[in-house]
Design a binder for this molecule. Structure first.
Ligand code: CU
Length: 161
């Protein structure tokens, strides 16, 4: 009739949900909410000490820019060669909830859909004919954005067969 040890059971699923959720739920939360969405839905009185995992996001010293493609570039074929330049932070391949402001990796968005996670600064993407928008984001090692987000401006490119 006593309480068995429940505490240990609670912790692991929470961590797993955070680690897995970042990139699978990312595309639905596209940067439309960039400016105004930084207040978490946690009332101040509900912030429990020691469990503030997702309430506040770190800011990062990183700066990210797109090197390739350039604005209005015309791409022939089906492959877009993407190159980004990152300063102020390093790319690490680990997925962890112990995030650091100067470590993370690159997410690439085509037409506001997350299409690629990169642990380097170059990536070839398969692209369909037509005109598209590309931007890149430097995210923390838990796959979530920094606050403020470290994003490149949108670049328009056109793919011709
Ligand atoms: Cu990621």
């Amino acid at each position: 009739m006593g309480h068995l040890s429940r505490a240990g059971l609670r912790v692991l699923p929470v961590i797993a949900a955070i680690a897995l959720g970042g990139c699978t739920t990312g595309p639905s939360g596209t940067p439309a909410s960039l400016g105004a969405a930084s207040s978490p839905a946690v009332p101040p009185s509900a912030a429990a000490p020691g469990s503030a995992t997702s309430a506040a996001r770190l800011s990062s010293p990183a700066q990210l820019s797109l090197v390739s493609p350039t604005a209005n570039q015309v791409v022939h074929g089906t492959t877009l060669h993407v190159v980004v330049a990152l300063t102020g932070a390093t790319i690490v391949a680990a997925t962890t909830t112990a995030v650091r402001p100067d470590q993370g990796h690159i997410h690439l968005y085509v037409d506001n859909n997350l299409v690629s996670m990169n642990y380097g600064t170059t990536q070839d993407l398969e692209v369909a004919p037509g005109t598209h928008i590309l931007h890149a984001e430097f995210v923390a090692s838990d796959h979530y954005p920094f606050d403020p987000r470290v994003v490149t401006p949108d670049i328009v490119f056109t793919v011709q067969p």
